[in-house]
Design a protein around this ligand. Sequence first.
Ligand SMILES: Cc1ncc(COP(=O)(O)O)c(C=O)c1O
Length: 455
Amino acid sequence: MDLLDKERLAPLYARELARFHARIPKSMAAREVARRFMPDGVPMSWMSAFFSHPPVFVDGGEGSVFRDIDGNEFVDFNLADLSNTVGYGKNAVSRALADCAARGIQYLQPSMDAINVSAALAARTGMPFWQYTGTASAANIEAIRIARAYTRRDKVVLFTGKYHGHIDTTLAKGGSPEGNEPARPSSMGVSARATADAVNVAFNDLDHLKAALGKGDVALVLIEPALTNCSLVLPDPGFLEGAFELTSAAGALFALDETHTLQMAYGGLIGERGLKADILTLGKGFGAGVSLGAYGLTPKLARFIDQHQDSDTVPEPGIALGGTTYGNALSMAGARAMLDEVATPEAHTRIAKLGARLADGLDAIIAKYDLPWRAFRYGPRSGFCLTPSLPRTYVQALRSVHADFYNLRHTYLANRGIWDAIVSAGPQVSFAHTEQDVDCYIEVCAELIDEIATG
Ligand SMILES: Cc1ncc(COP(=O)(O)O)c(C=O)c1O
């Protein structure tokens, strides 16, 4: 029995989509008005592009639940793609933000919270020096720029299946590791010149990386320690350690992008496993829901950027870093509350247990129907792995990014009060989730699989 058979999924999906449309009349009407002012009626294209149904306009929320303007409530397992792991409504972060906003949001001067946030990040990741941006994408842009300035080289090595934000250099596909063939733009509007300095190699493949480093022209190796944007690919034992050694030996810098994985383990993989890196990039407000990115630096790189500040009062050009609203008082206040009061070691232990409960529940469904699948499991993150073994590569991982199964699952769950993660991601448990939330997800998934199986 193939549960992923199009013929089996299509009628159920059509039924669920019609039901969902009927549940959101006010959102449908709001969208029509919104379309007069914004493309497809949304302020940012992902709000429409990520879903096969019309966008739901939000009214508010509390804890793990958000509410739309039609009054539907959803237990959220997407967490705004991990940019809101704190939850909705009143919590430590919203109180800190309100307090800060009442005193002043933005000064172009450091607030004392910047010290607290940097000290907290240093303690949990081991990276001693910190700089802030508005997004993870911007943190990665600055990481690339620093590496190019420091090494005086241009090439950036990436890993197939990665996502580092909408940055011209990393919106690159293909390219031969040996450098005979340059990477090409992976989306419209990106110049081929911008991607020509990038190359993609295979995750979990040190020989491929070695080949890319062979010519001694690489500035930066930029890697997610686990691929989190094409389902989930965990690193083989020794892979990240070996990648750092090879990179250092080739005179290049090694940057870990833990924008997502910081939400999966206390201190991210670097903190959990004691990994080495020259730069560590973070983002998504560390889950506080505020626009904020960051990067950690080793002492040698912190000294380097200190010595090469870009200023109108100095004749020599420095490194172009910074942005007017980066590191502002509001984002720092939110991050401080998130790190000190929400994402504590105990809270991480709690959500890892909930993640294991979720994975166990999915595995039980998979076993009941004898499906050739298994659950993903890494801390609070889980989900359906639609292959018998966990993926080690992007190509294997893509088999679990299944549009038809996802579209049905998303609308089926939404009709029963659950907001599922986007197709390439979780579900993931947030700091606001409870055991009941997790059990509810499992229960509704069990009903769904039963309906698919029994037709
Ligand atoms: C690993 C990783 N890095 C960077 C980004 C970019 O984040 P943002 O869109 O907040 O800049 C993302 C977004 O999903 C991500 O998953």
